[in-house]
Design a protein around this ligand. Structure first.
Ligand SMILES: C[C@H](O)[C@H](O)[C@@H](O)C(=O)CO
Ligand SMILES: [Mn+2]
Length: 411
């Protein structure tokens, strides 16, 4: 009997249908963020601003579209499943400089072709940072009407581009608005900037697009570097704005107070909205954007999505940028871990566990939950990787090492 068959039998004894779990996982699309490949630099900017920072100086980062695409290809060859690539507007591929408020779908045609050839989806984000007009960390909430107009036009342009992605690829594109706006020190006026942000958003979202192709989300944050005292786009602001305007609320796991967990928010959000978006990251003491590990909170997030039967209602995207390690390895570890967490969650006997909770059988609930932790999960995961034609175990790392020696080290 193979290790997989033995493992499958053990899961069956717990009441879990392994084949059904593998089948469900193979249909999940995770959005892999392009910006891990070049430390959020983009092709139209020089310096990363906006209260976020990529720290480290690992050699071999992508510095042009060809390199970034080649690196994404390498990473995807080591990740099971068919996924999406998450782009920022700063990754437009243009012959001459095109200002961000003038971007059009054609400036992303190379990405559309790239995605089409590989059967991938594309998600999108306006880039309201790393730009002269965002120098003070004031964009959509700026007191300067010309600055607000520039960024409002930019966001409108990105909605049009994302809708184009959705139509071209036959896969809904999520366009997520995140802005760096805030103040370093205690503000004299909290309402004004939020009122201006609300007005800008009303203008951005005025035009209606087919929801089959475009999903709009807004991402909150608790604080950023240099804007420690006040963030205009707070969680309360965006949760209310999204609910009232039928948009998706995007929860970034690094954008809450350190003892707050996104896993506990998912069920509440899904009770009141059709769809939810996530940026899965790993905050270490703050919004540090470390690579996602197969840790307790990641498992808990995956469990909540699965328990709510919401795999088709939650847009799962990754958001981290570690410049201190091999960037392809960072992608592969994060993506494989997100998938591992989903598989782990799909392999739990949720109905039985829920029944124990409802019957106040908390002793057995704890005992069974603990037993589940030592089921031979790794054998099922290895089988899934083989089934999907990617290396299992740590064999993928050798390929990263080889790519580093042959490609990255020569840049
Ligand atoms: C580059 C991303 O859009 C950015 O990380 C944003 O999503 C964020 O999380 C800012 O802290
Ligand atoms: Mn984010």
């Amino acid at each position: 009997m193979s290790r997989f068959s033995e493992a499958e039998k053990m899961y069956q004894e717990m009441g879990v249908d392994v084949q059904a779990a593998l089948d469900k996982l193979s249909k999940v699309k995770i959005s892999m963020h392009c910006w891990q490949g070049d430390d959020v630099t983009g092709f139209d900017a020089k310096e990363l601003t906006g209260g976020i920072a990529a720290t480290g100086n690992y050699p071999g980062k992508a510095t042009n579209p060809q390199q970034l695409m080649a690196d994404i290809d390498k990473a995807l060859s080591l990740i099971p499943g068919k996924h999406k690539i998450n782009l920022h507007a700063s990754y437009a591929i243009t012959e001459k400089k095109v200002e961000r408020d003038k971007l059009e779908p054609e400036h992303f045609q190379a990405w559309v072709d790239f995605a089409k050839e590989r059967g991938l989806g594309l998600d999108f984000n306006p880039t309201l940072f790393s730009h002269a007009k965002a120098a003070d960390n004031l964009t959509l909430s700026s007191p300067d009407a010309s600055i607000r107009k520039f960024w409002t036009d930019h966001c409108k342009a990105t909605r049009k581009i994302a809708a184009y992605f959705g139509r071209q690829l036959g896969c809904t594109s999520l366009n997520n608005v995140w802005i760096p706006d805030g103040y370093k020190d205690i503000p004299a006026d909290r309402l004004g900037p939020r009122q201006r942000l609300k007005d800008s958003l009303d203008e951005i979202f005025r035009e209606q697009y087919d929801k089959k192709y475009l999903a709009d989300s807004v991402e909150s944050k608790v604080f950023g570097l240099g804007v420690e005292s006040y963030t205009v786009g707070s969680h309360e602001f965006y949760m209310n704005y999204a609910a009232k305007n039928n948009l998706l609320c995007l929860l970034d796991t690094g954008h809450f107070h350190p003892t707050e967990v996104v896993s506990d928010k998912i069920s509440s959000m899904l009770l009141f909205a059709d769809r939810l978006a996530l940026h899965v990251s790993r905050p270490v003491r703050w919004d540090s954007d470390h690579v996602v590990l197969f840790d307790e909170e990641l498992k808990e997030i995956a469990k909540e999505i699965v328990r709510c039967d919401a795999l088709d209602r939650v847009f799962i995207g990754l958001d981290f940028f570690d410049a201190s390690i091999n960037r392809i390895s960072a992608w592969v570890v994060g993506m494989r871990n997100m998938e591992k967490a989903l598989l782990y969650a799909l392999l739990l006997p949720h109905r039985e566990l829920k029944k124990m909770q409802d019957e106040k059988n908390f002793t057995e609930l704890m005992a069974v939950m603990e037993e589940c932790k030592t089921l031979p999960f790794g054998d099922i995961w290895d089988h899934y990787c083989e089934q999907q034609g990617v290396p299992r175990g740590k064999t993928w790392f050798k390929e990263v090492q080889q790519y580093e020696a042959e490609v990255l080290a020569r840049r």
